[in-house]
Design a protein around this ligand. Structure first.
Ligand SMILES: C=C(O[C@@H]1C=C(C(=O)O)C=C[C@H]1O)C(=O)O
Length: 358
């Protein structure tokens, strides 16, 4: 067959493509109409029995050259696309998505505007151990002109025999520190029932990696009007992370800060693997501020500074890191927290970074 024959055949294929588009769209319009009828009758959009009936008729009719399994596959895709057409469009766009809200969400905490394009920082010990221990770090944080302090009161630990945190006593210490040093304090809450009482003690509720898909906790955090710092789960995809944030926002609380904290991979050189490109993806997909926790993602003191630089360079709104007056005796995470001298040096070098806006 010469080139002319080939061209003729291709023209015929092209003409069929166009006819198919018309037919598929005509079908789509009918399905949309069916969707509207179902809506008024309160019937489920998805109807697998009806789909099966149609597939049986289609297979009965099919004379090849495509075999029945291929035809079935193609039509299943058409049904799926048709079903998506039936779901109404704005229900599909998540509240946390850029599609829904193109401009950045800015969260104001103690005069800082998280999400404003400048770099923000959250420092503090892994666990609240005593008033004096937190006060020492608070003094160092305040000394740098910073306003946000973290400290864990409820500690979800891998082993039940590890230090579980001071609980309410820890929150009380944080509250006292917040008042005395004029700081905003961030602490993790692990039980829905504790959220309501926690708002009296802390300024930002943290939902930790292990609780990212604790949906009752997310809903409880959505029902209050306080900023929530939501950490990505250990093995959560970005989509799951975004949906976890949606749980909070769908309850009415839009003050959400996302925090990438590393994910579990086969790599053992670091405690977790910092998924650095999650930052620009989350910035593109959502309108929420994005932080990077360099302590838990790396688990290594020597990597805190390069990881923090990378986070800011790639567009993170802030960095979180752990600081302890004497990491060697810390009741949790002793290998990765900075002491006060290392903290000074870390902050000095980070704030000298080119292009950083403090
Ligand atoms: C159009 C309908 O809704 C859905 C879409 C279908 C389709 O594309 O043909 C079939 C069944 C349903 O899952 C219907 O119920 O008829």
């Amino acid at each position: 067959m010469g080139n002319q024959g080939l061209e003729q055949l291709r023209k015929e294929v092209e003409a069929i493509n166009l006819k198919m588009i018309d037919l598929i769209n005509e079908r789509g319009q009918l399905v949309q109409e069916i969707g509207r009828v179902k809506e008024t009758q309160g019937i489920n959009k998805y109807d697998p029995v009806r789909e099966r009936e149609m597939l049986n008729i289609i297979k009965e009719y099919n004379e090849g050259p495509f075999d029945n399994s291929t035809i079935e596959h193609l039509f299943k895709e058409i049904f799926k696309a048709a079903l998506e057409l039936q779901q109404d469009d704005h229900r599909k766009a998540l509240l946390v998505s850029r599609k829904k809200k193109p401009e950045n969400t800015i969260i104001e905490i103690k005069g800082e505007q998280l999400g404003d394009g400048k770099a923000h920082f959250v420092f503090g010990p892994c666990s609240v151990e005593s008033y004096d221990q937190v006060a020492e770090v608070a003094r160092a944080v305040k000394g740098k002109g910073l306003n946000l302090l973290r400290g864990g009161a409820y500690k979800p630990r891998t082993s039940p025999y590890d230090f579980q945190g001071l609980g309410l006593e820890g929150l009380k210490i944080l509250k006292q520190i917040a008042v005395e040093f004029d700081l905003a304090v961030i602490s993790e809450i692990v039980t829905p029932a504790d959220i309501e009482k926690a708002v009296d003690y802390i300024d930002v509720i943290q939902i930790g990696a292990r609780n990212m898909q604790n949906f009752e906790l997310l809903k409880a955090a959505g029902a209050i009007q306080k900023p929530v710092l939501l950490k990505r789960g250990l093995a959560a995809t970005i989509e799951e992370f975004i949906n976890a944030a949606e749980y909070i926002m769908s309850q009415g609380n839009g003050q959400i800060i996302l925090c990438e904290r590393g994910i579990r991979t086969y790599e053992r050189a670091t405690r977790n693997t910092l998924d650095i490109t999650a930052v620009p993806i989350l910035k593109q997909e959502t309108h929420l501020p994005v932080f990077v926790d360099v302590t838990h993602s790396t688990g290594r003191r020597d990597l805190l500074l390069p990881a923090a630089k990378a986070a800011l360079a790639i567009g993170a709104d802030g960095v979180m890191a752990e600081v302890h007056p004497d990491p060697a005796v810390a009741l949790s995470d002793s290998a990765q927290q900075m002491n006060l001298k290392q903290f000074d040096q870390f902050y000095e070098e980070l704030s000298a970074m080119q292009g950083i806006r403090l």
